[in-house]
Design a protein around this ligand. Structure first.
Ligand SMILES: NC(=O)c1ccc[n+]([C@@H]2O[C@H](COP(=O)([O-])OP(=O)(O)OC[C@H]3O[C@@H](n4cnc5c(N)ncnc54)[C@H](OP(=O)(O)O)[C@@H]3O)[C@@H](O)[C@H]2O)c1
Length: 297
């Protein structure tokens, strides 16, 4: 088999895409990023809505990593925003599968997906084969993953149900750091709800592991699950800030975030047995270890 050498990252300008680009380049890959706003070198212009793309690089691509999608956490979920969250993922995934016909060297596809797809009303540790939940995010993930299935018959592909990515360059950790910085660190809601998480380095390693081993199927990309209280407390510890305030009541969080509050209030525990059974080992498998590494940089 021809060695994988050129990667195309859809949505490569985002939080995960930037770090993944760095890691892939360190491994000797040539990386192109599909962006709706391609201004930098290595960025390739596309618009999945109108199905337009600068085609000149497509024949070089060996692997696609699809991270494109409007940001889930940064705006209220109005009905038009919900439509955008879904269509920006589904349309871009289907468009990529159509572009695959112009990629004679394509050997592998990685489709991002999210771990918030299970029925959080059931108190259990979820496995990949469990049913999708009934809420908005679960439906989004279902449609997104169904779109990734358009790669069936084109090349081997993996769907990664990504947990909250811990990174010191943005994302959820930054949002949690903000109140702690001002001495306002506190658990959110009961504080007892579990959040699945993964360190950015492990996520990038996992994507490379999938490419190297041509893993197929759906995998939870989750290092561990910890309570909101433990996460907030851990962050306060490494920021050398106090942590004594009472928990912020769920009602207040729901008032400000609306339906989006489920991102912080849902109690979700997810298994990583399936990915570990492939031989993948998490470098940051405990919250304390992950936070220590992130705050030491
Ligand atoms: N970060 C996390 O904690 C986390 C957890 C679970 C799942 N995920 C999923 O993993 C993927 C990457 O995450 P990320 O944190 O790197 O996201 P991000 O920083 O928001 O970046 C996503 C990228 O998608 C592109 N994009 C934005 N709106 C779009 C639209 N309407 N149509 C097409 N493309 C659009 C943007 O690229 P251009 O503006 O250059 O086109 C953007 O750089 C996302 O799909 C996200 O839902 C992330």
């Amino acid at each position: 088999m021809e060695a994988i050498k050129t990667a195309l990252i859809a949505g490569g300008s985002g939080l995960i895409g930037k770090q993944l680009t760095k890691v892939l380049k360190e491994r000797g890959y040539r990386v192109y990023k599909l962006s709706r706003n391609a201004r930098k070198q290595g960025h390739v212009q596309w618009d999945p809505r109108t199905k337009q793309v600068d085609e000149k690089y497509l024949s070089r691509i060996h692997v696609i990593i699809n991270l494109a999608g409007a940001n889930i956490g940064d705006r209220n979920w109005t009905s038009s925003r919900k439509q955008e969250l879904i269509s920006s993922r589904v349309e871009s995934t289907i468009f990529l599968s159509e572009l695959a016909a112009k990629m004679p060297k394509l050997v592998y596809y990685v489709g991002a997906s999210g771990v918030n797809c299970y029925d959080v009303h059931q108190a259990k540790v979820f496995q990949e084969e469990d049913e999708y939940g009934p809420d908005f995010l679960s439906t989004l993930v279902r449609d997104w993953e169904n779109a990734s299935d358009h790669f069936q018959g084109i090349c081997p592909y993996m769907k990664l149900r990504i947990a909250m990515v811990l990174s010191n360059r943005g994302g959820s950790l930054n949002a949690m750091k903000r109140p702690v910085f001002f001495g306002l660190g506190a658990p959110l809601g009961s504080g007892n709800q579990y959040h699945p998480w993964i360190h950015m380095d492990d996520l990038c390693r996992l994507i490379l592991f999938g490419m190297d081993h041509q893993l197929e199927g759906t995998y939870n990309a989750v290092a561990d699950c910890d309570t909101n209280r433990n996460m907030m407390k851990g962050i306060a510890k490494y920021m050398h800030r106090p942590f004594f305030l009472p928990a912020v009541p769920s009602g207040i969080i729901k008032f400000f975030l609306g339906e989006r509050s489920m991102l912080v209030l849902s109690d979700l525990r997810v298994s990583n047995d399936k990915i570990k059974q492939t031989g993948f080992e998490f470098k940051f498998n405990k919250l304390n270890k992950a936070l220590k590494a992130l705050f030491s940089k």
